[in-house]
Each structure stands twice: as C-alpha cells, then as structure tokens.
Design a protein around this ligand. Structure first.
Ligand code: CUA
Length: 344
C-alpha cells in the first residue's frame, strides 16, 4: 500500500483549531463568571483564571476539531472496502503530547503556589476580626476595637484584615466566602482557621456559606460593608449598647435578618410557619406542648432564644438550633426581644 500524505489535512485542521480556539476563548472571557473583584487577593486568582480559560479554550478546540474533522474527512466512502492505514506508535507525537501538558501543568502549579503564598502572607499592620460561624449564620467581633458581637462586618478600605475563624457547631463544616474577595476558607469544628483579605473597593458585599451544611445553608449569609477609614471609626463609636426601645427594635430587626430567624418565624401573623409567628406574640398567652400556658413576656422570649427546647409551643417541632445562647450576646437577645415586642 502506498503511503498517504496527511500534510494538507494538518494545515486545514490547524487553521480550524486556531479559529475555534479564538472564538471559544473570546466567548468564555465575555461570560461574567463572578462579580467584579474587590480585594487585593483577587488579582492573582483572576489572572490564573484568565490563563486557564485560554488553556481550556485551546484544548476544547484541539479535541473537538480533530474528532469532527476526522469523522467527516476519513469516513468510509461508497465502494471503499479496504482497511484504513495501520499505525504502530508515533514516538514524536507521544513525546509532544507528554511534554507540552507537563510544562503547562508545572507552570500553572508555580503560578498557583505563588498566588496562594501572596494571598495568605501575613502583614505587619493587620487588623483582626473574629468570625464565628453557627447554624446558620455568622457573627463578628473586633477585639482591637472592643466590639463583642456584630451581625454585620464593617471593614475599612485598603486595610489588611486577618480573620480569626471559629465555629460553635460540632457536627458540620461551614465556609466563609465573599465572591468579590475571591478567597475562601472553611470553618471547622474545633479547628481555628485564618483567612486574610485586603478589601480595596468601598461597597456592600455578602458573606456566603459555601459548604452545604444543613437546612439553613441557603440562608447562611451576612452583610459586609467596606467603608472609608473615617466611616469605620464612626461605626466603631456607634457600637455602644443602646437603651432606646425604638433603636433596640431596629437593631433587633437587623439581627433577625442576619441570624436566619426569618427562615422559620414570620412577622405576618400567619400560623403556618415552621416556628411560631412573631406578630402579636408579645404579651399574649402561649399554649405549650405539655398542656400548660405561659405569658410571652421578656423572660419567656429571651429563654426561648437562648434555650429553645425549654418550652415547646403546642403544635411545633423542637427543631430550633440550640446554638443561639452561645452565638448571641445578652445585649443582642434584648434587641431581638425589643423587636418582637414592637411587632404588635
Ligand atoms: Cu454553613 Cu452552609
């Protein structure tokens, strides 16, 4: 059998691969994978993703074009009965497809390791924020500013932040992720973890839990506000405990939203919720599962938040997480009570 020449096919395929790769990479780079970056650590993550998109686009074109072209150009034509050419190995090709991916993977490994080192490097002037995860929410403390607990994370822009992270849960893993900051870190029961971020864009963001952790997982979010240094100082000054009922109620409403209360307790008066409605609750008689009744006063509501199984309301399951007693400060529970009191 005479040896066929495939040179013409290779030229055609090379051109189609190139065009397909360019179209694929341009198409992929137009997809908004994530919200615009807002931290110094995002730079290396985004540049690595850019390189990987090029590699993905090229590999996709290489595989698909060779396969589809071969199906069409080398199909069995009418009257063609003979066998195709038999190949017994191709050393040059095998060396090529081993060496090029090896170099590519090594380059990506070096870039990835460099990005990770950069993103996790300790800085001299870091500000510490303590993050506590629970089922299902996050709370924040500022040891350097004397703020014990905040449902919202306020951060001064361009400040290096060290997040000291812990979980009060014993059975599930949570994960701290702000898409705009790119970096993420698990919160593991019994194992303190750290994450470093340098927010570099003023704005409002949301921490998401990025580890499937139970029924409240989708509600496990907390607001983050990146503000100017002077706004941050003003916020710190405003964190003094409040005694004004209206202000306490509004702080309680913020807490109810950030702590996931609304997932089970509605404020519309609808009795069909997973937990009792909060509307019109305060001051009224509540029938308990053991047949007794209790008046919904400050003490009863505070107890039901901190120790939810102490008194079960008739007709409801004892499924409220028991962690709020550790998660919320007494001050915060008094804000929640003030909020429930205001829902008449
Ligand atoms: Cu915590 Cu998902």
């Amino acid at each position: 059998m005479q040896k066929r020449s495939y040179g013409k096919h290779f030229v055609i395929v090379a051109v189609i691969v190139l065009v397909t790769a360019i179209i694929t990479v341009v198409g992929l780079s137009r997809v908004r994978w994530m919200a615009a970056p807002a931290s110094a650590q995002a730079r290396s993550v985004d540049s690595l993703l850019g390189i990987e998109l090029v590699a993905i686009g090229f590999l996709f074109a290489l595989v698909m074009v060779f396969m589809l072209y071969s199906l069409v150009a080398f199909r069995q034509r009418k009257g063609e009965e003979e066998d195709g050419d038999h190949f017994e190995g191709n050393t040059k090709l095998e060396i090529t497809w081993t060496v090029i991916p090896l170099i590519t993977v090594l380059v990506l490994a070096v870039l990835g390791a460099r990005g990770l080192t950069e993103a996790t490097a300790a800085r001299a002037d870091e500000m510490t924020v303590e993050v506590t995860a629970f089922s299902w929410g996050f709370k924040f403390a500022y040891p350097e500013q004397g703020i014990e607990a905040s449902p919202i994370m306020y951060l001064p822009v361009d400040q290096h932040i060290l997040l000291d992270m812990n979980s009060v849960d014993t059975d599930v893993i949570h994960d701290f992720w702000v898409p705009e900051f790119r970096v993420k870190q698990d919160l593991v029961p019994g194992v303190p973890t750290k994450l470093r971020i340098t927010p570099n864009k003023i704005g409002k963001y949301t921490v998401l839990c990025d580890e499937l952790c139970g029924t409240g997982h989708t509600n496990m979010q907390a607001p983050i506000e990146v503000v100017s240094a002077s706004d941050f100082d003003a916020w710190v000054a405003a964190q003094q405990p409040s005694t004004d009922p209206a202000e306490m109620a509004s702080l309680g409403a913020e807490l109810a939203a950030s702590q996931g209360c609304a997932a089970c307790h509605n404020i519309t008066g609808d009795p069909g919720g997973i937990g009792p409605t909060w509307k019109g609750l305060f001051g009224h008689e509540v029938e308990l599962s053991d047949g007794s009744t209790v008046t919904a006063d400050d003490a009863y509501i505070a107890e039901s938040i901190a120790n939810p199984t102490a008194k079960i309301v008739a007709g409801y399951q004892p499924i409220m997480p028991a962690s709020y007693g550790q998660v919320l400060t007494e001050q915060q529970i008094s804000y929640l009570v003030a909020y429930i009191k205001s829902l008449q």
